[in-house]
Design a protein around this ligand. Structure first.
Ligand code: NAD
Length: 363
């Protein structure tokens, strides 16, 4: 199969759909890969890196879309990309169609087979192609929060790990899923005192078994939230209710309980945010202050560490790319119900129930 990897064109998107190592695996399996010139430039991967791995370099996106049987990307296709897709072609990327009627309609009109990373499932009920970006965002949230605590950012001037003779910062993580546990691990590793609140007792037990006294686990109630907010220097919002907007757990009135110059990082902002005072920000202008509390609410955090995110993404997507290429999309989808859950649009029909219901398509 000829697999095409165009350069991402969404504003400030530097990631790319396949790394040279991913290309090499596909070539070793008898496939051809075509990468758009300068596609990996933003993450330090040159055209030469790709040719050495066995890819050919296309001069422009038009050549990639015209020739490839399967397109592998990162972000949802922009309108000009959707218009280049055609029947018989497979698109494999993040789509996030439910809130995006325009893109959905264009993909329906294209006739292509469109598989979304974010709706592929695994045996444990997880979303394996969302997890790597949650890992990245969780780990990054502590690094960003630590910087916001510095005086120059308006923070309280507390060092996360403290120093001998001076107590460390207190970090409160709300939601102990993939984002939350990765945040907690990094914060604990930097020497902070970390508390995780979650509603899922089984999850709290798992964290306790793994980290013992390094991370305090607390069942999430209003009482617990108010108590730990009052002593926190850094609060990380990491809750998720699948398929729903994030619950606004921290109300505006609760900010008055917190120490001035404390920091709140709302990683759940892509689902609307779990703090009442959150509004989405960008890497160019990431923070703002409400009632003396610094808010960091960047909706696409992994984009800020595009190189790490690119490698993490290919590690997770490559087995599925190989399965689709080796078996052909039809047999691969029919033979793997978890991959089939990723199918969102096929030959002019919306094939994902959530998207169909959200946008009023027949299903
Ligand atoms: P996850 O499902 O692994 O974890 C969510 C956790 O929240 C679960 O453990 C759940 O029990 C807990 N939870 C739900 N309701 C709660 C409540 N009321 N109190 C306490 N805990 C509660 O999800 P995840 O992969 O960790 O993702 C978390 C959020 O981060 C999602 O909204 C995801 O979309 C977002 N995210 C954002 C970015 C970004 O760039 N901003 C990147 C990746 C993920």
């Amino acid at each position: 199969m000829l697999i095409g990897v165009p350069k991402e064109i969404k504003n400030h998107e530097y990631r790319i759909g396949l790394t040279p190592a991913g290309v090499r695996e596909l070539v070793a399996n008898g496939h051809q890969v075509m990468v758009e010139t300068k596609g990996g430039e933003g993450v330090g991967i040159s055209d030469e890196d790709y040719t050495q791995a066995g890819a050919s370099i296309a001069p422009d996106a038009g050549t990639v879309f015209a020739r490839a049987e399967m397109i592998v990307k990162v972000k949802e296709p922009q309108p000009q990309e959707c218009r280049q897709l055609r029947a018989g072609q497979t698109l494999f990327t993040y789509l996030h169609l439910a809130p995006d009627p325009t893109q959905t309609q264009l993909l329906v009109e294209s006739g292509a087979t469109c598989i979304a990373y974010e709706t592929i499932t695994d045996e444990r009920g997880g979303l394996p192609l969302l997890a790597p970006m949650s890992e990245v965002a969780g780990r990054m949230s502590v690094q960003e929060g630590a910087r916001c605590l510095e005086k120059a950012a308006g923070g309280s001037g507390v060092l996360l790990g403290g120093v001998p003779g001076v107590e460390p910062a207190r970090v409160l993580v709300i939601g102990g899923g993939v984002v939350g546990l990765n945040a907690a691990r990094i914060a604990a590793g930097m020497g902070a005192r970390v508390t995780i609140l979650d509603r899922n007792i089984k999850r709290l037990k798992e964290i306790d078994d793994l980290y013992g006294s390094q991370i305090t686990t607390i069942y999430s109630t209003l009482d617990a939230l108010e108590r730990y907010l009052a002593e926190a220097d850094l609060v990380i919002g990491a809750v998720l209710i699948p398929g729903a907007a994030a619950p606004k757990l921290v109300k505006k009135s609760m900010l008055s309980l917190m120490k001035p110059g404390s920091v709140m990082v709302d990683v759940a902002i892509d689902q609307g945010g779990c703090f009442e005072t959150s509004r989405a920000t960008t890497h160019q202008d990431p923070i703002y202050t409400v009632d003396g509390i610094i808010h960091y609410c960047v909706a696409n955090m992994p984009g800020g560490v595009a190189r790490t995110a690119t490698f993490a993404l290919t590690n997770a997507t490559l087995p599925y790319v190989l399965e689709l290429a080796n078996k052909g999309p039809g047999p691969a989808l029919q033979g793997n119900r978890h991959l089939l859950n990723g199918l969102n649009v096929h030959e002019g029909l919306v094939t994902c129930e959530g998207v169909a219901v959200a946008l009023g398509y027949d299903y």
